[in-house]
Ligand binder design. Structure first.
Ligand SMILES: [Zn+2]
Length: 573
């Protein structure tokens, strides 16, 4: 990691075309000082930097601003706003940033931009080479708070059009084939006027997203080009002795938790904790071995599994029979890089929040063959509870007996939801009743009205719907993302309204029973407030979600003591 002293600053009088070119080619970000005050942050225009900021650092931006403000309040420095003057008028930043040539740049021009809430596009020899972000805390907050949805849209729009028209490489190309796309260096430089509207919308996204840079100027080292060479190993642990496929599934991802290599599967001989630890280390080593030497480097490992996980320890896994297995710290001791362990449904919820539907209040429900879990995002945060156990939807009691007898869950409690609705439990029930065949055959058999399979699937969907209604009544989510196997929940789709949902799902026994039950049991506007999204998940998705979790928990790159105060960084070089 680079320290703050790595951020170069330069006086406004010293700016030259040569310098800007160097900055652009190296993907550097530099501070611009005027009168020994940090007046702005200059950064090359590159879509990869924008995306890094948007996907990875939003949560940190607010934190940094808050910390900075606390510092200011505690008298640890003058606020930038004090130094830079009054806050800008509203709405000034929604247009494309004005262009300023290097020769036209001055302290008063930056001040003017700050006052009107503008970023400046710096041009050299007629080509746009960098964005200059004036540094005022108010300006930063305003951009960040109000423009998040627009940032993402702009970037997506811009990327799509750019990809179609071949103006710039896509982010994927930058990641996958850097040396082919950009021989020698990373110039993402272009004449602003010649950009199609797509490019402009990308820059509109940039002018908001890079506001983060203004915060970073005082707090955190900006990302270097090498950030995109950072790699994370994500591992899904599948401790299922029942289907005799105890295994680990690993992927190598980039710093945005996108899969770069894998998935790779590693079968485990047994569930001994030593076997699992050795397997994880083998898998990490194997994936690390696929990395390009001298470029890609491993920065963290994220793991996930079903069960009660807290602070990197498996508190209890019904599948594996583990109690208090401190897996993350055992792995971290061997690897000396950050390692996290997360519950599987929580991991998917964290990934949804980072790069999926992003709702502040949502619930992810995960149905696997092995059980049912949920991850709850409330007010933008994952809900963990007192000891990390929150969201164990599969163990919510929904029924008390079957055939006149109490049914015990694998967790030993009677009447758990997963005993009624998880595929393994559906199969157990049918097998007890004499059914011969696999899960697909059972789904097929359920189509026959009056059959035992029909009855069991109807009951399973009804039980799940009751549990989901409970979740809706407790949390009032704006979205529920239901992850499940296609045989049970069907193909991925959005189901925006309850009535539309009901019509569409009447064909599906299980889903139809589920939604009727949700409608029957949810309170007030709960169902109308909530959209339903169905997804299928793969083991690779789970492993990538584990990577997203560790990326989310990595500490800020570097925090300096006096945060958003304006200082002449040249003084500490
Ligand atoms: Zn249970």
């Amino acid at each position: 990691m680079h320290g703050r002293a790595d951020m170069k600053t330069i006086g406004i009088r010293e700016m030259s075309g040569e310098l800007i070119k160097k900055v652009t080619d190296q993907g550097q970000v530099i501070g611009i000082t005027s009168g020994r005050v940090l007046a702005g942050v200059l950064m090359p225009i590159g879509p990869e930097i924008v995306e890094q900021l948007v996907d990875r650092n939003l949560a940190r931006i607010k934190d940094s601003v808050r910390r900075g403000e606390e510092d200011v309040a505690a008298g640890r420095g003058e606020s930038l706003q004090d130094l830079m003057g009054s806050p800008p008028e509203q709405g000034g930043y929604s247009r494309v940033p004005p262009q300023v040539s290097i020769r036209q740049l001055s302290g008063s021009r930056i001040q003017q931009a700050a006052d009107s809430g503008e970023a400046l596009i710096v041009t050299h020899d007629g080509a746009a080479v960098a964005l200059l972000i004036p540094v005022t805390s108010h300006w930063v907050e305003r951009l960040v708070e109000r423009n998040l949805p627009r940032i993402r849209n702009s970037i997506e729009r811009g990327e799509n059009e750019i990809a179609q028209k071949g103006i710039l490489p896509t982010l994927e190309e930058l990641l996958e084939e850097p040396e082919q796309s950009h021989p020698g260096s990373r110039p993402v430089r272009h004449d602003y006027e010649s950009l199609p509207s797509a490019g402009r919308s990308l820059l509109e996204g940039a002018d908001s997203a890079v506001a983060a840079m203004a915060v970073w100027a005082g707090t955190i080292t900006p990302p270097s080009a090498s950030l995109m060479q950072q790699r994370v190993v994500g591992i899904k642990i599948i401790p299922d002795a029942q289907d005799e496929r105890i295994r680990l599934v690993g992927v190598l991802t980039d710093a945005l938790a996108r899969i770069v290599r894998g998935p790779v599967e590693l079968p485990l001989a047994n569930l001994d904790q030593g076997t699992v630890l050795a397997g994880v280390l083998d898998l990490v080593q194997g994936l690390e071995g696929t990395m390009k030497p001298g470029g890609e480097h491993l920065v963290a490992v994220g793991m996930e599994l079903g069960g009660h996980v807290h602070n990197g320890t498996v508190v209890y896994s019904a599948n594996a029979g583990w109690h208090h297995f401190p897996l993350a710290s055992l792995v971290q001791r061997q690897l000396s890089i950050p390692v996290t362990l997360e519950n599987d449904a929580n991991a998917l919820a964290i990934r949804e929040r980072l790069s999926g539907i992003k709702d502040e209040n949502m619930v992810v429900i995960l149905i696997t063959n092995r059980g049912v879990g949920s991850g709850v995002i409330a007010n933008g945060q994952i809900v963990r509870g007192a000891n990390g156990m929150a969201g164990e939807l599969g163990h919510v009691p929904v029924e008390f007996e079957r055939h006149g007898a109490q049914v015990k869950c694998r967790c030993e409690n009677p009447g758990c939801l997963e005993g009624a609705t998880a595929p393994y439990a559906i199969m157990n029930t049918l097998t007890e009743d004499g059914f011969n065949g696999d899960f697909d055959a059972a789904v097929e058999a359920a189509n026959e009205a009056g059959s035992r399979a029909h009855e069991v699937f109807l009951h399973a969907g009804e039980a799940l719907g009751r549990a989901i209604a409970t979740v809706i009544n407790l949390h009032n989510p704006s979205s529920i993302v239901l992850y499940g196997p296609p045989a049970l929940v069907g193909e991925p789709r959005d189901l925006p309204s309850p009535s539309g949902f009901l019509n569409q799902e009447s064909a599906s026994l299980y889903m139809g029973a589920m939604i009727r039950s949700i409608n029957n049991h949810s309170f007030s506007t709960g169902v109308d407030d909530c959209r339903f999204i169905v997804r299928n998940t793969t083991d690779a998705d789970g492993a990538a979600a584990a990577a997203a979790c560790v990326l989310q928990q990595l500490p800020p790159l570097r925090t300096a003591p006096s945060t958003t105060t304006a200082v002449d960084l040249a003084a500490i070089q």
